[in-house]
Design a protein around this ligand. Structure first.
Ligand SMILES: O=P(O)(O)O[C@@H]1C[C@H](O)[C@@H](CO)O1
Length: 296
């Protein structure tokens, strides 16, 4: 049975079947996976020796339903590093269970991936942030998780990870530093920041009262993804880097007239994707400098 029909069938065996299906069809053996956020499919365009699978052709993979999420798995090389890119991710608000949302992460783990780079578009809550800034994610707030919408709820399969994983170091410190150092070398330090990402379920954008609450709670940006993928990645022992593109300023003020919409999010993502791609490809090229990350 496929997870499109059954929201709760992302078992170890099903992950393994999908893994074997992919490994038997690709010569690539990626060590790095990249999840492209809204409007950020361009991140995968510069890979060499490309091999592409459409999500609808991959057993048990959900399909993309959101504009700006192409629904393609792209294998290839960035410099000499074997990578796999998700051009499009899955969200809770699409009606997928969190186990479907995170299914690809577990498949990557079983394929031999060691590091995952998760990107997204988010709204800036920190008053210093500007539209177009890139935020290296330092930490997150799992708001749906507080309410029991958590990808690790349910029986724990020890083959993936332990029952009570530690999340205090979900975003690898060494990888964060490398991303910040690279940004500085590229001359991007004026618009590359570090901060805390807060996940809400969506699909509506925040009310002003909600935005104020998230700000008071310590969130620098807010979005509708990433946290389930990162939680599952950390649970199964992957190294994580998170990069968030600030596509809009979230209003904390009742007198502000601007209204956010998805088209604006996509427009800013597409405008800044090239910058993010530069950070990403330079990061991947230098990732051998970091202990625990293989050189190809
Ligand atoms: O997949 P991400 O988190 O980049 O997508 C963001 C959050 C919503 O899906 C959408 C809102 O515009 O963009």
């Amino acid at each position: 049975m496929h997870s499109r029909e059954n929201p709760c069938c992302c078992s170890f065996d099903e992950c393994k079947l999908t893994t074997e299906w992919l490994l038997s069809r690709t010569r690539h053996r990626p060590k790095i996976a990249v999840v492209c956020g809204s409007g950020l499919s361009l991140l995968a365009e510069s890979v060499s020796n490309k091999q592409v699978f459409h999500y609808e052709d991959i057993p048990s993979f959900p399909v993309s339903t959101v504009p700006g999420h192409d629904g393609r798995l792209v294998f290839g090389y960035v410099k000499d590093k074997s990578c796999v890119f998700m051009q499009g991710r899955f969200h809770l608000y699409e009606g997928y269970s969190l186990c479907q949302v995170t299914f690809p992460v577990r498949v990557f783990k079983l394929m031999g991936v060691e590091t995952i780079i998760v990107t997204n578009a988010s709204g800036g809550l920190c008053q210093d942030f500007k539209v177009g800034d890139i935020m290296v994610i330092k930490d997150h707030i799992n708001l749906p998780g507080f309410a029991g919408q958590h990808p690790l709820c349910g029986p724990n399969d020890e083959r993936f990870g332990i029952r009570f994983p530690c999340m205090s170091d979900a975003y690898n410190k060494v990888l964060r530093k490398l991303a910040l150092d690279i940004s500085m070398e590229l001359g991007y330090s004026n618009f590359v920041r570090e901060g805390v990402y807060c996940m809400v379920s969506g699909p509506n954008f925040e009310t002003i009262a909600e935005a104020r609450m998230l700000h008071v709670l310590g969130s620098d940006s807010v979005g509708m993804s990433t946290v389930p993928e990162v939680t599952v990645a950390k649970h199964c022992g992957l190294h994580v880097l998170g990069l968030s593109l600030i596509t809009n300023k979230v209003s904390l003020d009742y007198s502000r007239e601007e209204k956010v919409n998805h088209e604006e999010v996509l427009q800013i993502s597409k405008m800044r994707a090239e910058m993010l791609q530069k950070v990403l490809t330079t990061f991947i090229a230098h990732s051998h400098q970091v202990e625990g990350i293989n050189s190809n």
